[in-house]
Design a protein around this ligand. Structure first.
Ligand code: FSO
Ligand code: SF4
Length: 554
């Protein structure tokens, strides 16, 4: 296997024996194969689109195939085999459709159309791992590291975009442009003759798709559930049994809240579900309790004390340790899979039946309290813009010197304590704008406020980084500036998985410069790729807290 898509990749180079995340080679091979076939589907669907005959079903399938291969989403080989079987059927169907219209599927030597179906058999690839088949589907198939890195950068951006598109689609919102950009990127990276310059433009186009996908999801979330508002979130526990909801899908949360009302069970948020606490719609449920625990990677300890049931609506799910006791109480849905847990399928009517998890929750003990107190959330664009006159005054009077965007992900590496220290030592006239699970490194610190404006403004999930863009644009207009780069905003972004990649590409496509990303640079950034990114965007990585405070804040 070879995978270098996340920040925790082995030795900062690539996972080759087994994933640091727990991904096994058999799983990795299936994911490579699924993505390979998904590229084939994208190629034919792109061609069909030219004739106005693209398949929406294919676009949605590609989105799921990308999403399920994101870090910490799917560890279930049987489920991946199901995706692969479906992918082959779909590819054959589209090919038939294309031939019916008198079109020859484009010649793409890397994604051959003429290999008989049996040759793609899942088990063959697995059993003959390392033979030609795996070589074709592997990331390492591209021998030139710069080309490989840029192709994968586009691929990872598409994975992040796909995650956001899927959540929006679950709420009935789709944007054909997002599908066009994803499918075009997958088709283009399958071209053996694509060069570095073309790939850089492609990567920025993926970033533009990211802006569209985040805007779409923002619209889907706020139109359905209202605009997030300032909310004090309880981090303690109540005295009923609970279901802890993790991941990013608000539709799943809605259905679970509705079905569990009046059943003597409380619903808690976990990790990236915390921002749901600030939507007016969810607040109306009396059994919607607070937020339990911290960022994704601490689940393995924190779930032991929750005592109840768990629902994963998207990544990040972590494989169990030998002494883990809660696995049988975990339910997954959507693109999430983990052996030893239970899967909730969407019904034909588009609804999910959560009765089993609710009934089992009723027999559980209430959660054990691990923390006590409150955190303040709900600073998405609408809420921040409501405070804009005040914020602008504070900037003009010098009481707010700088905003520091510290969005992104948290992770296991001890070096991430940098972010806690950075937040703690930030001068008192600086405000943190955050989104994503990166915030758990500092959202419980007593950082205070500036004349009533909290020093940590939490916009929400990682996709709500879109809010930060809206806020930056509004400030730019208010100050009559030409570019967002002229604002007193600096970027110190933490990344872990591929959604952070699309957030980064989205910012680059909007022309944001001087972004620091850490705790380490992606392994797929070769020195050559980094050189270009530095020249064009002045991207950097973190050093020490002292040094970065000096460079970023001055
Ligand atoms: Fe975190 Fe995981 Fe939102 Fe990611 S929970 S790491 S960027 O999935 O998606 O921030
Ligand atoms: Fe390794 Fe990350 Fe890939 Fe998992 S997702 S195999 S940790 S690079």
């Amino acid at each position: 296997m070879f995978c270098y898509q996340c920040q925790e990749t082995a030795r900062g180079k690539g996972c080759e024996i087994q994933g640091v995340c727990g991904k096994k080679p058999e799983t990795s091979a299936r994911m490579d194969q699924l993505l390979y076939i998904a590229r084939g589907i994208a190629i034919v669907n792109r061609q069909l689109r030219e004739k106005g005959a693209s398949s929406k079903g294919a676009s949605r399938f590609i989105v799921d195939a990308l999403f399920t291969t994101i870090t910490n989403a799917n560890f279930d080989n049987d489920m991946l085999d199901g995706y692969i079987t479906k992918a082959l059927e779909l590819k054959n169907e589209l090919e038939g459709e294309s031939k019916k219209r008198g079109m020859e599927p484009p010649f793409m030597p890397e994604v051959s159309y003429h290999i008989p179906k049996e040759e793609y058999g899942v088990h063959e690839v697995i059993e003959h791992g390392g033979t030609l088949k795996e070589e074709i589907t592997s990331v390492l198939h591209d021998k030139n590291p710069d080309i490989r890195g840029l192709k994968q950068l586009a691929m990872y951006g598409c994975k992040g975009m796909a995650a956001y598109a899927r959540h929006a689609c679950n709420l009935g919102y789709e944007d054909e442009d997002v599908y066009v950009i994803i499918e075009n990127a997958l088709a283009e990276i399958s071209r053996p003759d694509i060069d570095v310059d073309e790939l850089f433009s492609l990567v920025l186009n993926v970033g533009e798709g990211g802006v569209k996908a985040m805007a779409l999801l923002d619209k889907a979330n706020t139109s359905t559930y209202g605009n997030p508002e300032i909310t004090r979130v309880d981090i303690g526990v109540r005295n009923h049994p609970g279901i802890l909801v993790s991941g990013h899908d608000l539709k799943d949360l809605e259905e679970l809240l509705e079905q569990s009302a009046g059943k003597g069970v409380d619903i808690y948020t976990h990790s990236e579900m915390l921002p749901a606490q600030s939507y007016p719609f969810f607040k109306k449920f009396p059994h919607f309790a607070g937020n339990y625990g911290n960022a994704w990677w601490r689940q393995i300890d924190e779930f032991e004390t929750f005592n109840g049931m768990f629902l994963f609506t998207s990544n990040c799910i972590v494989p169990p340790r030998p002494k883990t006791t809660y696995m049988d109480r975990v339910y997954t849905t959507g693109v999430v899979g983990m052996p030893g847990t239970h899967f909730i399928l969407e019904g034909k009517d588009g609804k999910k039946d959560f009765s089993e998890i609710i009934e089992r929750a009723q027999t559980c003990q209430p959660p054990t309290e691990i923390e006590h107190g409150e955190i303040v959330a709900g600073f998405a664009h609408n809420q921040v813009l409501a405070l804009a006159p005040k914020i602008i005054d504070l900037i003009k009077s010098g009481k707010i010197r700088k905003f520091v965007v510290m969005a992104g992900c948290d992770g296991r590496m001890p070096s991430r304590k940098y972010y806690t220290e950075f937040a703690e030592r930030l001068p008192k006239d600086c405000v943190i704008l955050t989104a994503g699970c990166a915030k758990y490194r500092y959202n419980k610190l007593p950082l205070g406020d500036i004349e009533g404006v909290p020093r940590v403004l939490d916009a929400g999930q990682c996709n709500d980084s879109y809010s930060l863009v809206v806020i930056a644009n509004a400030l730019k207009d208010a100050f009559g500036l030409e570019s967002v780069n002229d604002l007193p905003i600096v970027y110190n972004i933490a990344w872990y998985e591929q959604k952070a990649v699309i957030v980064l590409l989205a910012l680059l496509s909007l022309g944001v410069k001087n972004i620091h990303t850490g705790p380490t640079l992606p392994a797929f950034f070769t020195p050559e790729i980094l050189k270009v990114l530095q020249e064009k965007f002045n991207i950097g990585t973190i050093t020490t807290v002292d040094e970065d405070l000096a460079t970023l804040i001055g």
